[in-house]
Ligand binder design. Sequence first.
Ligand code: CP3
Length: 341
Amino acid sequence: MQSSLFVQAASGKATSRTPVWLMRQAGRILPEYRKVREKAKDFKKLVKTPELAAEVTLQPVRILEVDAAIIFSDILVIPEAMGLNYEMEENKGPVFPKKITSVNDLRGLHIASPEELQYVLDAISLTKKELNGAVPLIGFAGAPWTIFSYMIEGRGSKTFSAAKKMLYTQPAFSHQLLDMITESTIHYLKAQIRAGADVIQIFDSWAGILAPHQYKEFSLKYISKICDAIPECPKIVFAKGAFFARAEMNTMNCEVVGLDWNMGIAESRALLPDKVLQGNLDPCALYGSREDVKRETKKMLDAFGPSKHIANLGHGLYPDTEVDKVKCFIETVKEHNKLKA
Ligand code: CP3
């Protein structure tokens, strides 16, 4: 797998063309996914059944012909393994029946051991076997700050003000919980790599709601700790909305930095000269016509240039995106670069 286009690019090496994959490529845009999802009845059953998780992981490789697979799971398996159960409510998203409200609640939590997430590791081993070297496999975890936010809020939020309140009013407790999540995540990601993950991505979906000084203290510090602890494979850090932290991210121990669509490409190159960049087409650009998709994709590719780039969206695919437009995006990336070679 070291020789694959995607791993080469993620390691900072030159490639014959830009590799492409999409965040949330395994999911509701594919009728084939919805079928398996119906069969499994609920989301967690799908995540916890390695055969089904492997099947939906492979679907985008087969149907969309992306250059990498990403293991089908969720970032919320970590709080669950630590002792905080979550439910996935239909059309609503994740909900934690019990949430963390004070230092007393830490008594019910522990640092997760990888054995508690054996179902993910089994799904990874099975997927690797079925991929049979076709494309590499991405493992992933949430950044400690994003996981912390869900554990405190108990669900998604527009402002995440309860989680932010904790940082201001109980910083010592916040650090204690962030440390526990970080330790759990390091063990978990290392186990994913042992099971066969070729590259890992850290998702900091709620990076953008923090002020820069808080982001540094309560998020970047922990992402850095994870990156420092994992020399085994290339690491991608995607911190949605953290445009203010790009200069700091350039010194972090990761090979790739993911950009969202708010982050200017030329400006990001200047702030992150030592990193491979991943991204960053607005997922809404895929609502346009095929011509629109081609034009926007080429514009993005030209702005990044032919090297040190992994093509992706600036965040996950929206479920109502047409498969044909996703294919158009992928084909454009593959062809545009071939013309240049
Ligand atoms: O294809 C892939 O990207 C791999 C699978 C994947 C899922 N979740 C499956 C999923 C990945 C990488 C994630 C990560 C994840 N989960 C993040 C970080 C990335 C991001 O989007 O910012 C976050 C914040 C979560 C938490 C989560 N899971 C939310 C907020 C939701 C509800 C929103 C939604 O899209 O419905 C989920 C559910 C979820 N995770 C779905 C999928 C395919 C949809 C549920 C379904 O099939 O019914």
